[in-house]
Design a protein around this ligand. Structure first.
Ligand SMILES: Nc1ncnc2c1ncn2[C@@H]1O[C@H](COP(=O)(O)OP(=O)(O)OP(=O)(O)O)[C@@H](O)[C@H]1O
Ligand code: NI
Length: 455
């Protein structure tokens, strides 16, 4: 989990493992609509750990559940959202197994001009909806991934593997493409969840069944996702338990979860996750319930696993200290939005958003000195698309415009890819200049006021 610029550079031409764009997940209850995740964009490369940090209720878990396909009624991922899974081998396997859910974008491209299609989408959509800077940058692939293809009648609502390039007709000749995670269902969903993408929750008992031995549960995963059974599966289960540092694995494989300590249980859950050979591991507060020593051991274990297996990790926590330890890059969430993103060093050395600064001051021994400061007030529930800054009420730096202009992400330092959504930036502009920049960015057809159509 070191920051290696060379690896970053080598990868810069490639697609990230997962590319989440403008993800919006809302809960439609009788009383209210909760826009739990309101337009976040996050990407993760193979071998990289991306942290998601924010106070309770900021939308971290709903982000994870949306990617996993675990959003349940009355929750819904809204149209305009996209989460593209780019791992080529998996795309090929899906294209082969679910060929009737596959669309050849290069062929559609000959027939359709993205700009014409955009004109045909009724609501006025801004480039921001697609996480692009200009309207002309929006591609056909963006339009399909965000779920507008079926609205336009050029794909079916069941299409989910979008193939952009291949030479010849066979799945093995596919050269690029992605699986749109927000549109998976049924068997396609089951293969992805707990297969290519797995999740580790705060409480290991959510993932472990008390009536089966730990070994049997690992073997079930091995059977389901890798077709291993019998002796072979038992051997692999023991090896996995050894790999996650469980001593005397040959004996413990036949024990039940209640015979394991909390830390050992979480290790067993991680072994179960690894049994599926995931490409992406989502950890939602995996160490929050553990004591500090065990927590450190689990974090170390995750780091080892990652180095060995080159998997991408999304790491969710409300703890800035843990984030500093595990992440390569960090996304700070507030009320359904990512409000600052940067590599971990820039974020901690040079935090920009007043909310990030507030979080850092609340770390014991952190920038607040010995006094532990917490930000006064609570995260508001996002009920409406915001045309103001959701943090303004609690922000020590707020000024008049914060109540009427929605801040957009702008570059805030020379460091690459360090952005914050705050009207104080860019610093080199006057306050009025900065405000009008944010206003302009949000305009482009007032698109984001129109967001959030139900799928
Ligand atoms: N099933 C649900 N029905 C209605 N609202 C929900 C549901 N699940 C989550 N929410 C709401 O979505 C918002 C975000 O919740 P989420 O669990 O993602 O927060 P979080 O950042 O993970 O917080 P924590 O640190 O406490 O785990 C909250 O306002 C929450 O009440
Ligand atoms: Ni959570």
């Amino acid at each position: 989990m070191s920051i290696e610029t060379t690896t970053q550079d080598q990868r810069s031409n490639e697609k990230p493992l997962i590319d989440v764009r403008n993800l919006q997940t809302a809960f439609f209850t009788d009383k209210e609509t909760i826009r739990a995740v309101d337009g976040i964009s996050v990407n993760i490369d193979a071998g990289e750990t991306v942290g998601i940090v924010g106070e309770s209720g900021s939308g971290k878990s709903v982000t994870a559940r949306s990617i996993m396909g675990l959003v349940e009624k009355p929750g819904q991922i809204l149209k305009g959202s996209s989460a593209r899974f780019h791992q080529l081998e998996t795309v090929k396997a899906y294209a082969s197994e679910f060929s009737d859910h596959t669309v050849e974008v290069s062929q559609l491209r000959d027939q359709h001009n993205p700009q014409d299609l955009l004109d045909r989408i009724q609501s006025d959509i801004s480039p921001e909806t697609f996480d692009r800077d200009n309207r002309s940058d929006i591609t056909l692939t963006d339009i399909l991934a965000a779920g507008y293809g079926d609205k336009l009648g050029i794909t079916s609502e069941r299409d989910c593997v979008f193939i952009t390039g291949r030479s010849g007709n066979r799945p093995e000749n596919i050269t690029s493409g992605f699986i749109e995670l927000t549109r998976l269902e049924g068997e396609m969903q089951r293969k992805m969840r707990g297969g290519r993408i797995t999740m580790v929750f705060q409480d290991p008992l959510t993932s472990l069944n008390p009536v089966f031995t730990v070994g049997n549960q690992i073997k079930e995963a091995l059977d389901l996702h890798r077709g291993l059974t019998g002796e072979e599966a038992t051997r692999e289960a023991v090896e996995l338990l050894e790999a996650v540092g469980i001593p005397d694995a040959g004996r413990r494989v036949d024990e039940y979860p209640h015979q394991f300590s909390g830390g050992m249980r979480q290790r067993a859950v991680i072994a179960m996750a690894l049994a599926c050979e995931p490409e992406l591991l989502i950890c939602d507060e995996p160490t929050t319930a553990l004591d500090v020593t065990i927590q450190a051991q689990i974090l170390e274990l995750l780091e080892e696993i990652q180095e060995e297996r080159d998997i991408g990790i999304m790491f969710i926590t409300h703890d800035m200290g843990v984030i500093a330890e595990v992440s390569d890059r960090v996304n700070v969430m507030y009320a359904g939005e990512v409000i600052e993103k940067a590599d971990v060093i820039s974020l901690f050395e040079n935090p920009k958003h007043p909310y990030t600064r507030g979080l850092l001051q609340s770390i014991p021994g952190g920038q607040g000195g010995d006094r532990l400061q917490t930000i006064e007030g609570n995260v508001p529930t996002p009920n409406e698309p915001a045309d103001y800054c959701r943090f303004a009420q609690r922000c020590p730096k707020a000024f008049d415009a914060c109540d009427v202009v929605h801040p957009k992400h702008v570059e805030v330092s020379e460091q690459n890819d360090h952005t914050a959504a705050c009207l104080l930036y860019p610093e080199e502009k006057s306050q009025a200049g900065a405000v009008s920049l944010h206003r302009e960015k949000g305009k482009a057809g007032d698109g984001d006021r129109m967001r959030g159509e139900k799928q």
